[in-house]
Each structure stands twice: as structure tokens, then as C-alpha cells.
Design a protein around this ligand. Structure first.
Ligand SMILES: C[S@@+](CC[C@H](N)C(=O)[O-])C[C@H]1O[C@@H](n2cnc3c(N)ncnc32)[C@H](O)[C@@H]1O
Ligand code: SF4
Length: 350
């Protein structure tokens, strides 16, 4: 079982981002953190995890580093008994708000992995994305995390923004590898509705060769690609999602999953605080789960169990294995070229 906690506050809104986060309503932070505890109590009833059974906790956002560390203490006190001793505990942090004190306090609470939204080490690009930090701020933040004793540090990069080329991306990758990191998430810019970038044209570019270039340069420096956008020391939590493990999702805009159901708490902060256990339920069927297993398995090194496929799909899988586009090991089909995962999945589904 996995646990996700969502922090829906940001100091400013990036032009590309549609994640559920607010750049105001900061006076609600204290009540919000209390509401998380209330929802956790409720979910304990529903998911009934054993003590010491949760294998990973991921605190994402929004901007978890916009919440002072003291406000996390009661929450950790409540959920810690359910975490395994060796649980992976990741928190996302923004370079402009992750101070040395904050990082150290989070490590003292048990955080053992930190993920920084860096996006780029070029000032111009950071301005284009409306990021609230400079390249230097990002460098300092990562070093602070290492100084606090964290051995597992990840950074996010974005590519295929308009104007991105090999030279620019190489700079970002070279700067990244000067830092004490163990993981990189490199995302292709997607234009999401409701964002500043969705209100006009020309913010993103299509350049598949650049996507491959980014992956090749990261791999050449020793971080293996284990999912389209992820390289290096694998994140247990994300791999858990892709393996279809159950997850409890706490917070405004979080999502939970278990037993053919997906759970959606309110995304609005005030409504969430008023009633954190008022949760919409989506019921999934076999076909939904099969589709997800195929798409997620082919986008990552997890692969797809042949038993997931029906007869017609299995025949199409034979054609792909004969062509070398899939390979099979112990009943699991693996995709050697993660960048064409969706095409392969669509072909398999027929
Ligand atoms: C949920 S955000 C939280 C990270 C943290 N708040 C930060 O920005 O530093 C996680 C990551 O998703 C990526 N992301 C968000 N929206 C994206 C988009 N439209 N296209 C590509 N990557 C995106 C960014 O790299 C971001 O760092
Ligand atoms: S990318 Fe991160 S900081 Fe920017 S708006 Fe999204 S969640 Fe907030």
C-alpha cells in the first residue's frame, strides 16, 4: 500500500501547470493540515492498512515546502505507525522555499527522499515558465538537501518548450550532473487547459529527436531510463502506481485507488477543510484496469503480464515480439523503446 498527500498551495503559478494549487488562501494552511489528519483517520477505516505496512509516502503538490515544518509534525505522528521501517518518504520542494531549516526538520520527521522542481538551469527559460527562482537558487537548494544528509535527491526538468534545442538541454543536463542527485524526471512540456500556455500558441514544440537526445545524454551519465520521463535510482512510490498497487490519496485534489475504485476528495480547499471525508467515488471495470496496466506497463520497465491480454491482444503481441518491438521474459512483455509506448499499446488494444 502507498500513501499520497497533496499540498495545494504555491507561492506563484507557473505558466504550464494545471496541478491543483492556489496562490492565495494561505490563512487556511493550519486548518488544512488538520483536515488531512481527519481524512487520514477516515481512510484508515476504508483501506484498513496494518500497522507498519505502508511502503511509501509521497508528499506532493503544489508546493510542500510552502508549509512550515512544524505543521507536518502532528500529521507524521499520526501516520508514522502505519509506515514500514524502510518506507520511502519523498517530499517535493521548490528551490525558492526549501530553506536549510525546513529541509533538516523534514529529514528529522523521517523524509528520506526529496524532489526539487528545477525545470531548467537557464534564467531565460525559467522566466518563460514563470518560475519563482533562479538557476543559482536551484543549485543551492539541492546542495542544502545533500548537506542535510539526504542521499536520494531528484530534480525535475522540462523539455520541448518553444526554442529548446540540443545545446540548451545539454547545458541543463550537464548542470544537473554537477549536483549530488540520484534521479532525474525529465518531462516533455504538455499544454494543459486552464494554464497561461493554453491561452495562446507557440509555447511548446514537437521535437521527438530532442526527447531522445535528452534521454540519451542522461543515460550516458549513468542514470538508466526506467520510465518515459524517469531516470536513475527508481522511485518506489511511482513504480507502485504503475504496478497498480493500492494507494490512499489524502488532500484537496488527491486521488486514491483500491479495489476497482478511485477516490476523489474535493479539490477546493475550503470545501475540503469543511468535509475531508466527502469523497467522490469512480467505479472502474476490468476493461479500465486492463487498459491502464497495458499503458503504464509499456511506458516503464515494469512491462505487461501476458495474462492481462485477451486472445486477440496476445496474438498481436506475438507479431510485435517477432518484429523485435516487444520482448518476453517469464510471462511478462517488455517494451525496449519507451518513447513509442503509446503506439504499441494502441496497436495491442486493436
Ligand atoms: C506537481 S509539480 C510539483 C513540483 C513543485 N511544486 C515545483 O514546481 O517545484 C511536479 C512536476 O511536474 C512537472 N510538470 C507540471 N506540469 C507540467 C506540464 N504541463 N508539462 C510538463 N511537465 C509538467 C514539473 O516538472 C514539476 O516540477
Ligand atoms: S509547477 Fe510546482 S510551483 Fe509551479 S504551479 Fe505547479 S505545483 Fe506550483
Amino acid at each position: 500500500m502507498l500513501l499520497y498527500i497533496h499540498i495545494p498551495y504555491c507561492d506563484s503559478k507557473c505558466h504550464y501547470c494545471s496541478f491543483n494549487s492556489y496562490t492565495g488562501r494561505f490563512d487556511t494552511k493550519r486548518d488544512y493540515m488538520k483536515a488531512l489528519e481527519r481524512q487520514f483517520d477516515y481512510e484508515i477505516e476504508r483501506f484498513s492498512p496494518e500497522k507498519s505496512s505502508i511502503e511509501s509516502l509521497f508528499i506532493g503538490g503544489g508546493t510542500p515546502s510552502s508549509i512550515e515544518s512544524g505543521l507536518y509534525e502532528p500529521l507524521f505522528a499520526k501516520l508514522s505507525p502505519y509506515l514500514r521501517d524502510d518506507a520511502e518518504i519523498t517530499v517535493e520542494a521548490n528551490p525558492n522555499s526549501a530553506t536549510q531549516e525546513w529541509i533538516e526538520a523534514m529529514v528529522a520527521l523521517g523524509v528520506n527522499r526529496m524532489s526539487f522542481g528545477v525545470q531548467s538551469f537557464r534564467s531565460q527559460k525559467l522566466k518563460f515558465l514563470n518560475r519563482a527562482h533562479s538557476p543559482q537558487d536551484a543549485i543551492k537548494a539541492v546542495k542544502r538537501a545533500a548537506r542535510a544528509g539526504l542521499g536520494r535527491i531528484s530534480i525535475d526538468l522540462i523539455y520541448n518548450c518553444a526554442g529548446d534545442d540540443e545545446e540548451g538541454m545539454l547545458h541543463d543536463i550537464e548542470e544537473a550532473f554537477k549536483l549530488p542527485i540520484s534521479h532525474i524526471s525529465a518531462y516533455e512540456l504538455s499544454i494543459e487547459s486552464g494554464t497561461v500556455f493554453s491561452s495562446g500558441e507557440g509555447y511548446a514544440q514537437r521535437n521527438d529527436a530532442l526527447a531522445r537526445f535528452v534521454a540519451k545524454e542522461i543515460e550516458a551519465r549513468g542514470f538508466a531510463q526506467y520510465e518515459i520521463s524517469n531516470f536513475g535510482d527508481p522511485c518506489t512510490h511511482n513504480r507502485g502506481y504503475w504496478m497498480h498497487k493500492e494507494y490512499i490519496g489524502i488532500g484537496a485534489g488527491a486521488v486514491g485507488f483500491g479495489k476497482y475504485r478511485r477516490y476523489y476528495p474535493h479539490s477546493d480547499i475550503e470545501r475540503y477543510i469543511a468535509n475531508p471525508s466527502d469523497i467522490r467515488i469512480e467505479i472502474l471495470d476490468e476493461e479500465d484496469i486492463r487498459m491502464e496496466k497495458i499503458f503504464l506497463g509499456l511506458r516503464s520497465d515494469i512491462g505487461v503480464q501476458r495474462s492481462v491480454l485477451d486472445l486477440a491482444m496476445s496474438e498481436r503481441a506475438d507479431i510485435l515480439t517477432a518484429e523485435g518491438k516487444l520482448y518476453e521474459k517469464e510471462g511478462i512483455l517488455y517494451n525496449p523503446d519507451l518513447f513509442i509506448a503509446d503506439e504499441i499499446a494502441l496497436y495491442l488494444l486493436g
